[in-house]
Design a protein around this ligand. Sequence first.
Ligand SMILES: [Zn+2]
Length: 372
Amino acid sequence: MQAFFAARQASRCNFLKPDQRTADARGGHNGLICFATLVPPVVHAYYADHFILPLPEGHRFPMAKYGRLRERIAADLPQVRLGQALPVSDGELALVHTPVYISAIQHGTLSAAAQREIGFPWSPAMAERARRSVGATVQACRDAMAGQGLAANLAGGTHHAYADKGSGFCVFNDAAVAARLMQAEHARRHRAGGLLRVAIVDLDVHQGNGTARIFATDESVFTLSLHGARNFPFRKEPGDLDVELPDGTGDAAYLEALERALEELEQRFDPGLVIYLAGADPHEGDRLGRLKLSFDGLEARDRRVMDWAWQRRIPLAFTMAGGYGLDMEATVQVQVNTYRTALDYHRRWHGPPRPDGSATSAGEPRWHNAAP
Ligand SMILES: [Zn+2]
């Protein structure tokens, strides 16, 4: 696995400046080996916030939070390595979305009603950013499965997008496309390795209605959503496991509900990859969330999900999903805390260096052992 890890690192050279690379035939990627193979592992996180969406003045979507999160991570968490997300192709989007919808987003032919349902006016930057936001989740999943254990998207979690339409500030469904693409790539790599099963653990305060609908008849992807019963979307789609929470739910009740949900997930499904939507909107300072989780409660939530995956050696990619704090800094703080927790679990994946200087791996990812 170490050789595979090194090869994946070598293909991630967009993280590094040219002078950080060194020619070395052992690297196996055009003779280059990334400096990243020589330093302790870091959490890879991908961003696309530099594609600025032109929004009308006073628009209620807090677009600035993405850039602010990147600034905070760059300043406070140097062990998170930030990389620019690449766009996904039409073919990759078509694993989930209809060609008519992909074309309408690309060419700006969405109806006014369709744009209203998404909540953003169409622009070329909107189309490009949407593709890259999906690409960020795809890259995070690839890295998590290629030996990183954990990796992230600084945006994403666009779970209200259906196959044929966007909704609720979501254009394409990043987790759905990433799940299908990881299944396809896994099948190509491990012909006798069985189907990759993916669990989407959606802890944004709103139900992942688009995701639930997309995988309604697909037994290889398990959709779990904990959400506010009275929150958008008001017509919810049945997922594999939906937990509705009353207004005002606090830390203790939420964490108990999460524990029960993870137990049920364990009984019903055996994932080889977890995609975790770590929404900041269950926070008590959120404008839309209606729940009352504290910073500590949300940190305990993140820890529980990452620990659950870690204990089972299941690679985990996480995305930020929603967050609409009355104070935007509070939303960003919840998200920064998620990255702190991820760094802790990332260290567990890789463990302390061995006395001979080689890196350790705390366990083979489960997908290596997938049954035929
Ligand atoms: Zn949300």
